[in-house]
Design a protein around this ligand. Structure first.
Ligand SMILES: Cc1cc2nc3c(=O)[nH]c(=O)nc-3n(C[C@H](O)[C@H](O)[C@H](O)COP(=O)(O)OP(=O)(O)OC[C@H]3O[C@@H](n4cnc5c(N)ncnc54)[C@H](O)[C@@H]3O)c2cc1C
Length: 460
């Protein structure tokens, strides 16, 4: 249960050629760096922003790159689920931001509060203004804790209501799960109705808790229920049947189309809403007869819990919403995701803006594995635009969600925009419609070092 691979080991393994999947930087680049003297601004230095900067440094000769990010720490957020299940220690999932922002990039430790794509400037909370020729928009997403009534980020854990979508929250969750399994009772697990980062994470913590209870010989003491916002537990055809089977086999109650409205932490009750579309008969004045129409019906209800796991609704950050760079129509408009072309990741109105990662308005899952495949496309296309050319690379929507089904197995869901499975070698040799031990090894031992030493350094 510790960091089983350190930097030295990782480099050895990578050099040995075991970690080849996804490496997208060709050696040729290092001998032919582009001499482009544009002012590049990166907003947000997380998984996408830092890795983008590192890749640009591989491709451009002495580039002028400024990166704005207020955070002291770079978190490996996929590790939050493992903190919340006792697999990782909290200090294993972060590094100081100063070690992650590549040398050669000017780091402004501040927060962008306003962005003007016409004037090509960004203003920070500190009152400074930064101009750019090209903008990389990668501030991730905003967790809207205030959209769950009765609880906030500050009161997280009150009334045993927890969320793994926060570093401290994940630590509190692990303490609470152990206590819950010891004492027994009802565990209620929920997700959210907006697009969310790693849609698999709320399901993972549910299945891990169920397995933890079995490992402790306490399964009969706990009842476990999952309330899902979507129409289905999972919506990639190859993986859905096994998911449903697992929930059934393990006696995890499942309710779909159900949203969390709020939490009464004193009564330990979660307020939910069932959102359904039903056919009802209505009298049509014009036709003078009854007709059948589809109506959205919202039914509120309340459930008691002893332990609750919830997820805050999510959107693009406010400054993005106010910048005019978001979608104005379609399903991605409401939460203000950035209006990029889904193939090229270049902004639809402003070709000098590229956006990737969680904030990007593209119809795929918000995961760092998706970012790993977006990076070579976005970097190449921005360089193409800088050189006055058409963007040459296309992203196929690849995302990977390593769904931990128990302590020792992962259902590695890899898919593209069409929700077709897009399985990486050597997993393509296995039956990936089922959970696999090898996928657990990848998730447990490799993905974190791949992130910190490979991806953030622009190597994969
Ligand atoms: C519980 C959980 C489990 C997950 N599990 C997985 C998994 O198993 N596999 C997987 O691939 N992915 C997983 N993810 C998702 C993954 O962590 C994200 O998709 C990824 O981190 C997104 O990268 P990003 O660069 O877009 O945003 P982030 O990594 O969140 O970085 C955004 C950066 O922007 C900065 N920023 C924010 N606002 C501003 C501003 N106004 N001005 C300047 N800077 C700003 C922030 O400080 C931050 O450094 C998980 C996430 C969570 C929370």
């Amino acid at each position: 249960m510790s960091d089983t691979i350190n930097r030295r080991k990782f480099l050895k393994v990578a050099a040995g050629g075991l970690v080849v999947a996804g490496a997208g930087v060709g050696a040729g680049y290092y001998f032919s760096k582009e001499n482009i003297k544009s002012k590049i601004l990166i907003i947000g230095g997380g998984a996408a922003g830092c890795s983008f900067a590192a890749r640009l440094l591989h491709r451009l000769k002495n580039p002028d790159i400024t990166l704005i990010d207020p955070s002291d720490r770079q978190y490996y957020q996929p590790g939050f689920t493992f903190i919340a299940s006792g697999v990782f220690q909290p200090d294993e999932v972060w590094k100081p931001q100063s070690e992650c922002i590549p040398k050669g990039v000017k780091w402004v430790k501040d927060k962008v509060v306003a962005l003007d794509p016409v004037k090509q400037t960004a203003r920070t909370a500190g009152g400074e203004s930064y101009s750019y020729d090209f903008l990389v928009l990668t501030p991730g997403l905003q967790l809207n804790w205030n959209k769950v009534e009765g609880i906030s980020l500050d009161t997280l854990g009150a009334g045993n209501a927890h969320s793994i979508y926060d570093f401290v929250g994940a630590q509190k969750t692990w303490a609470a799960i152990q206590e819950f399994v010891k004492k027994g009772g009802r565990g209620v697990f929920t997700d959210t109705y907006t697009k969310l980062k790693c849609g698999g994470a709320p399901k993972k913590i549910c299945m891990l808790t169920e397995h933890w209870a079995r490992k402790q010989g306490a399964r009969d003491n706990v009842k476990i229920d999952y309330f899902c916002s979507s129409d289905a537990l999972y919506n990639v055809p190859l993986y859905t049947p096994r998911f449903l089977e697992i929930y059934k086999e393990r006696n995890i109650g499942l309710e779909v189309k159900t949203r969390v409205k709020g939490v009464d932490t004193l009564k330990k009750q979660v307020h939910l809403e069932k959102h359904e579309t039903k056919k009802v008969k209505e009298f049509d004045e014009a036709l003078g007869k009854e007709v059948e129409v589809e109506k959205k019906i919202i039914t509120p209800f309340v459930e008691d819990y002893d332990f609750l796991s919830f997820v805050p609704p999510q959107s693009a950050p406010d400054f993005v919403r106010e910048s005019g760079l978001s979608w104005t129509e379609g399903s991605l408009a409401k939460d203000a995701w950035v209006m990029v072309d889904k193939d090229t990741l270049i902004h639809k109105t402003y070709p000098n803006i590229v956006s990737l990662g969680d904030v990007a308005g593209i119809p795929t899952s918000k995961t760092s594995s998706a970012i790993r495949k977006q990076l070579p496309v976005a970097v190449q296309n921005m360089i193409d635009v800088m050189k006055g050319k058409e963007p040459s690379k296309k992203y196929n929507g690849y995302a990977c969600c390593p769904i931990v089904t128990d302590y020792g197995h992962v259902l590695l869901a890899e898919f593209d925009y069409n929700k077709d499975a897009d399985i990486t070698f050597p997993f393509s040799l296995l039956d990936m419609s089922k959970e696999q031990y090898l996928a657990w090894v990848l998730k447990h031992d490799f993905l974190k070092p791949m992130f910190f030493y490979g991806m953030l350094n622009g190597w994969m």
